[in-house]
Write a protein that binds this ligand. Structure first.
Ligand SMILES: [Zn+2]
Ligand SMILES: [Zn+2]
Length: 314
């Protein structure tokens, strides 16, 4: 490849620095190791059959033709026609796929689905169960899971803290991740854990002696108290723990006041709450929170004709 190499030694160093900055590579002592992000890009390019950008030889070929053009042995318009054609081919191949169907050499996780015990497979963007609707993104907050991390997350329903995440503002942050139940879909979903709930086995059970209970737990009839960032059954935070009932103080951007929690625990339902916002669709909605048969909390929506009369949501 001497005549068809990639760049000059000077530009090569800059290329490698660029790959490090963009987190396609990490430097460990004297080694450069490709990251999951790099593998994902290669998977995409291979899946799209864009071999020109995957194989250094083929990229070197273009450099060689550039040199030929410089030396006058290749006409400029031939070069330009060929490179325009290649670009068109790449773009049209990329358009054939949506992000979930990009073919690739994907992994089947060894750990079963934490929701249903089914087989979880990797696709271009997600790890998805083949047996139920459980799936998680491969790149939460801009950081891509390594396969071993995904295995650990599914096995322990949590991992971390891990560093290397980026906020929407671009600030780096570290956090643990956990799988928590989505109140709306009843499915496990991925959530960041910044450690506000210190309820691991080592921590002490909270003391509720100065507090008034909001009502009986829908699951075990023990007392429910306000705690940390929500409401919790005293048996959920006791050691040993014998219940798992808890509810957020804020559910889908709707503040759940003590008064509403008392109604939910006492009468089995809240008033109509108007400030929910679906995290999936971004739409606002109104709903009652109601106790389900199994003691969990679910939504109940307004009757249809009323919603029609109200017109559009705020
Ligand atoms: Zn499943
Ligand atoms: Zn309980």
């Amino acid at each position: 490849m001497s005549a068809k190499g990639l760049g000059t030694p000077a530009t090569r160093a800059a290329i490698i620095e660029g790959l490090l900055t963009e987190k396609y590579l990490i430097r460990e002592a004297r080694d450069l190791t490709p990251t999951a992000k790099a593998h994902q890009l290669m998977t995409l390019l291979r899946g799209l059959k864009v071999n020109e950008l995957v194989a250094p030889e083929l990229t070197g070929e273009w450099e060689f033709r550039l040199a030929q053009m410089q030396g006058g042995t290749l006409a400029r318009d031939v070069f330009m026609r060929d490179i325009a054609q290649m670009t068109q081919t790449i773009v049209s191949r990329a358009k054939e796929y949506d992000s979930d169907t990009v073919p690739g050499d994907y992994v089947t996780l060894e750990t079963p689905c934490p929701q249903c015990g089914g087989i979880v497979k990797e696709n271009y963007r997600r790890f998805a169960c083949t047996g139920c609707a459980f799936s998680i993104t491969k790149t939460p907050a801009g950081r891509q899971f390594e396969i071993e991390e995904a295995e650990e997350l599914l096995k322990n329903k949590g991992i971390g803290p891990l560093s290397g995440f980026r906020s929407k503002m671009g600030r780096p942050f570290a956090a643990a991740l956990k799988l928590v139940e989505d109140h709306e879909t009843q499915h496990l979903k991925l959530a960041f854990d910044f450690g506000q709930e210190n309820e691991d086995e080592a921590s002490e059970a909270p003391d509720f002696s100065g507090q008034t209970s909001l009502g009986p737990c829908p699951k075990c009839r023990s007392r429910v108290f306000e705690h940390s960032i929500g409401y919790v059954c005293e048996s959920t935070v006791a050691h040993p723990k014998s219940c798992d009932f808890r509810s957020g103080r804020i559910i889908l951007q709707q503040d759940i006041s003590r008064e509403q929690m008392q109604k939910l625990l006492g009468a089995g339902r809240t008033d109509l709450l108007t400030g929910f916002k679906s995290s999936r669709t971004g739409r606002h909605f109104k709903a009652y929170l109601v106790q389900q048969k199994d003691g969990s909390i679910g939504f109940e929506f307004e009757k249809k004709e009323k919603a029609g009369r109200d017109g559009k949501h705020s």
